[in-house]
Design a protein around this ligand. Structure first.
Ligand SMILES: Nc1ncnc2c1ncn2[C@@H]1O[C@H](COP(=O)(O)OP(=O)(O)OP(=O)(O)O)[C@@H](O)[C@H]1O
Ligand SMILES: [Mg+2]
Length: 253
């Protein structure tokens, strides 16, 4: 479980995150949504420890990151998997080498053990017979699968994904969303996904946190989001013409 209390983060005197409280639980895929610039990536990076918070508490499994020893911080790094915006694979490494990379960095496993684990996760994301290919030889959806395989290869307790389905066609995006949700449930991972994709919200929105200008404006699930009167949420949800039309159809009924 991840608990966030009163989190503030700014840059050069400009506040970006303005006192966020949130709880993320194991086996649940939590979504952080909000318009471009609302602070989603800064929030994720601050939780990851890539940005130092100005104030507030970030705790993993009941332990505040501020109180962690160097060893505990090192352990936490191993417990976290990440899927960055745009996959961020190493272009000069093959699929197999990309996925093996965290194992080489964090474990002392033999080549055979590592390879076994790499093949297991590649199989889990339905990517077989691509071990020796380079990222440039793969489709966008396949690259995301490699990124997910790499993120889960060390059996993380926590999985952070920043716009994991950006640049994919809607159908492939849903396949990737569902894959992340299945893996989260299967391995009891605490997963946090940044997205501004309403399809993701409808498909896997078990828990949704809506950020607006660095505040947590609203929290709920994919059913609540279509019923809320919160003006900011309504504007966000119905910013797509498709949803506007669907809403009108329901209102006309
Ligand atoms: N390293 C940084 N230094 C200064 N300002 C930053 C830094 N990173 C982000 N910001 C600012 O913080 C604000 C929030 O940015 P952030 O990237 O978190 O938005 P976002 O919600 O992820 O948007 P998008 O949907 O476009 O990815 C922006 O105004 C951005 O300019
Ligand atoms: Mg972002």
């Amino acid at each position: 479980m991840i608990e966030i209390k009163g989190l503030h983060k700014g840059f050069d005197g400009t506040p970006i995150l303005k006192g966020i409280d949130a709880v993320f639980e194991p086996t649940i895929t939590s979504l952080i949504i909000g318009q471009s610039g609302s602070g989603k990536t800064v929030f994720l990076k601050t939780m990851l420890g890539l940005h130092q918070p100005d104030s507030g508490i970030i705790s993993f499994n009941g332990k505040s990151t501020a109180d962690m020893s160097i060893n505990e911080k090192r352990q936490l790094k191993q417990d976290i998997g990440m899927v960055f915006q745009g996959s961020a694979l190493f272009d000069s490494l093959t699929v197999e080498e990309n996925v093996m990379f965290p194992l080489k960095m964090f474990t002392k496993q033999s080549k055979e053990e590592m390879l076994e684990r790499v093949n297991f996760v590649l199989n889990r994301v339905n990517l077989v017979n691509s071990n020796k290919k380079f990222p440039a030889e793969l489709s966008g959806g396949m690259q995301k699968r490699v990124a997910i395989a790499r993120a889960i290869v060390t059996k993380p307790k926590y999985l952070f994904c920043d716009e994991p389905n950006s640049g994919l066609d809607p159908r492939t995006a849903i396949v990737i969303d569902n894959l992340i949700q299945e893996i989260t449930d299967e391995y009891k991972i605490t997963t946090v996904i940044n997205t501004h994709d309403m399809n993701s919200v409808m498909e896997i929105g078990e828990k949704i946190i809506f950020l607006k200008d660095g505040y947590k404006e609203w929290e709920g699930n994919s059913n609540d989001i279509f019923k809320t009167d919160n003006e900011a949420v309504v504007n966000f949800v119905y910013s797509s013409n498709l949803f506007k039309k669907v809403r009108k159809l329901y209102q006309d009924e």
